[in-house]
Design a protein around this ligand. Sequence first.
Ligand code: SAH
Length: 544
Amino acid sequence: MTVIPVLPAHVTISREPPHSPGVDALLDHSDALSAALYPPEFRFPADAAALSHPQARLLVARRDGLALGCVALLLQDGYGEIKRLIVAPEARGLGIGRALLEAVETTAAREGMPVLRLETGPGNARALDLYHAAGWVARPVFGAYTANPHSLFLEKCLPPKPTPPPAPAAGVAGGAPASSAAPGAIAASERLDAFMARANAAYYARADPFADFTTAPEIAQAFGELLGAWAAATWAAIGRPHPVLLVELGPGRGTLMADALRVLARVAPAFRAALRLHLVETSPRLRAEQAARLPTADPTWHDAVSDLPPGPMLLLANEFLDALPIRQLVRRDAVWMERHVADGRFEERPAAPLGIAAPEGEIVELGEAAQRLVATLAGRIAHQGGAALFLDYGAAGPAAGDSLQALRHGRPADPLADPGHADLTAHVDFAALAGAARAAGARSWGPVAQGDFLVRLGLHERTAALARCAPGQAAALHAAASRLINPEAMGTLFKALAIGRRSDGPPPGFDPPPGPAFPDTPASLDPVQAADAIDPVPPPDPAR
Ligand code: SAH
C-alpha cells in the first residue's frame, strides 16, 4: 500500500479497491460535474468495470476515514492514463488535487510507465490550471478517443525508474551527470532539447545574434509601429486597464519596442501613460542594447515569464518561440526513438510511444518548452486579463520533418558542431501552441500569415505615409515592406497567433475583413486611433 502524507495534516493517499466507502459518492460527483459541462456523447468516464480491471489503480485521499478525493490510473500499452481525478466540493482549495496528481504520477513511474496521458475538456479551468502547473502539455488525440471540440488531450513524460549509476571509467575524473555541467558547457551526451537550451543560452549570452540573422523589426520600422498600434487597440478593446503591463519576450536590440513606443506616444497617449514596460531577456549583452534603445521607457528586465508581476498585460513576441528547445523523435522499425546529442552527432535512444503511426525514418518534433510557456501565459491571461501576440515561423498545422537549423555568419551551419557559436532555431508548431492556450483556459486566434496580418493592420498605408515624409527613401521603404509580406520572403512562412480571454473578441488582424490599424481609414480602428494617428511619425531610419 502506498501511503503519501500530504497537506493539510492527517490526509493520506492510499491505493484502494473501487467500491471503498465514499468512493461511489465521489464518482457520482464527478459524473454530475461532467454532465453539467459536456454533452453525453463527449463524456468518457471510466466506469465500474474499468476501475475493477486488474490494470487499474485507484488512489483515494482520506482524512479521518472520510474520502476527500480520488484518481484512477489505467495501465495501457506503453502509457498510463489518468481518469476520474476528483476532489469533494468541501475539500477544495486544500491542495488535495495536486497531491493526488503527484501520487498518481509516482505510482505510474513505479509501474514503469514512461508517460502519462489524459483526456479532459475545456470547461474545467481549475483542473486545467492544475495540470499545467504540474508540467502537463497538450498532445494529439490518443487511444480510442476521436478529436472533438469538447476534448483536450494532455500528457506528461515521467522520469525513468532509477537505475544504479555506471561505474566511472578508469582514468576519468568525476563522471558528472549532464545536469551538473557548467552553464554553457555541453555535456557528453544529452537529449536534443537539453543540448539546444544550453547551446542557445551560451550563444545569446556571448554573441551578437544580429551578425548572423536579421528580423522583421530590423528590416522595417513600420513593423514595430504596427505592433504598438495592435497593443493599443487591444488594450482599448479589453477595457483600458490602468496600469497595464506591456511585455516583450526576447526583445533583441530593442528595436521593435523603440518603434512601438515612439508611435504610441503620439497615437495612443492614454495607453502610453498606462503601460509599464517589462522585458523578458536572458542575455546581458542584449539587455544593455535594449537599455540604450529605450532610454526613457524605464523597463524592468526579467529572466523568465514566471518572474513577471501580476496584472493584466499586453505581450509581444517576435521570433522568440523559435529559439526555445525542441525534442525530436525518429520512427525506427515501427517504434519511436529519441534524438540525443553526443560528440557533435545524433544518437538515438528508445522513447515512449507517441501513439502516432508514421513511415520509417520520419521525424516528429515536440516543442514542449514553447507549449509550456504559452500555457503559462494563457492561464495568466485567462485569470488576470490581457492578450498576447506571437509572430514566428512554422507550419499552421502539425508537420513532420526536421526543422532544426543553425545560422552562423548569416549562413546555414551544422546545428551540432560548435555549440554556442550559432543560433539554433526550429519551426514553431502553431496548432500545438493554440491547443496549449485553449487547454489553459484562454482563447486563440490564428495563425494567420504574417503578410495578411500586417496588411490588415495597415502596412501599406503606414509605408506610404512614411514615404511621403521621406520621399528619398520611398523605394527602400516599399522594398522593406514587401520583404515582410511577400510570400516568397517572410509573408507566408511567418505567421501571427494571438491569445486572449475566452470572453474577448478577436484582436485586430485576426477577424477579416478589418481595416488597417493606421490611417487612411481611421474609422476602422478603435478609439485609440485618434485623428492624430493620421500624422505619420517621420522615419528616423527608414531603410534599415
Ligand atoms: N525579438 C527580437 C529578437 C529575436 S532573437 C527581434 O525580432 O529582433 C531572440 C531573442 O530572444 C533574443 O533577444 C534572445 O536573447 C532572447 N532569448 C532567447 N532565448 C531566450 C530565453 N530562453 N529566455 C529569454 N530570452 C531568450
